[in-house]
Design a protein around this ligand. Structure first.
Ligand code: MD3
Ligand code: FE
Length: 203
């Protein structure tokens, strides 16, 4: 029993991608990562590495280094432009964000053993009017969602392979994070790996 209301604009679409859809999307992401290898971002100032490894596709990609967080058109290590957005992701965006321009950035987060993501807001974009759309692939994650202040109470959800989350409205600026990955929950990726894709308008 959980009587706390969800923030306005929070939409979970469980099982949006079936197994065949997940495999096709994973094949497209593997091609992206072959051209734009996963890199290990570090925290601004401290240089402390993230436990999550990242890449991007689409016109812009999110990066973090000692200089700060930002969107840029090129891979930080190869200097190459990010690979194009796979068709399935453009189609997903058009389905859940109708009558809007296409997503400009897709961040690829890879969670290996022990990886997590602390509570944060997504506010490196110039425009918060478009939702963020996320796709989970592989092992199930324990996802924590709070309010628009860090002190607000939080609640937890499981994000399973094939699930899509749409964060618009008030939910767009909600604090959120990934507490942990549950081992043995998917056969899509080996070694309890998890991939999260987040589609965004940057502004
Ligand atoms: C709620 N990724 O890349 S996805 C991120 O699973 C990020 O890798 C997590 O947080 C992951 O920034 C969570 C679900 C998600 C994505 C964006 C959100 C939830 C969100 C933006 C606002 C509120
Ligand atoms: Fe986030």
């Amino acid at each position: 029993m959980n009587a706390k209301p969800l923030p306005e604009g929070f939409r979970l679409l469980p099982g949006y991608f079936d197994r065949a859809g997940q495999e096709a999307l994973l094949a497209a992401i593997r091609k992206v990562v072959a051209a734009a290898p996963l890199f290990t971002p570090v925290m601004p100032r401290t240089g402390r590495p993230f436990s999550v490894r990242m890449s991007n596709c689409g016109p812009l990609g999110w990066v973090s280094d000692r200089e700060g967080y930002r969107y840029q058109a090129h891979h930080p290590e190869t200097g190459e432009p990010w690979p194009p957005m796979p068709g399935q992701l453009d189609d997903l965006w058009a389905m859940v964000v109708p009558n809007q321009p296409p997503a400009q950035a897709c961040l690829i987060n890879y969670y290996g053993p022990g990886a997590r993501m602390g509570l944060h807001q997504d506010r490196d974009e110039r425009d918060f009017s478009a939702p963020v759309v996320s796709v989970s692939l592989g092992a199930t994650a324990i996802f924590r969602l709070g309010g628009t202040s860090r002190q607000a109470p939080t609640r937890s959800f499981r994000l399973s392979s094939g699930d899509v989350l749409v964060l618009g409205g008030e939910a767009r600026l909600a604090f959120h994070g990934i507490d942990r990955i549950l081992p043995g929950t998917s056969t899509l990726l080996k070694d309890d790996g998890r991939i999260n894709l987040t589609l965004r308008r940057v502004g």
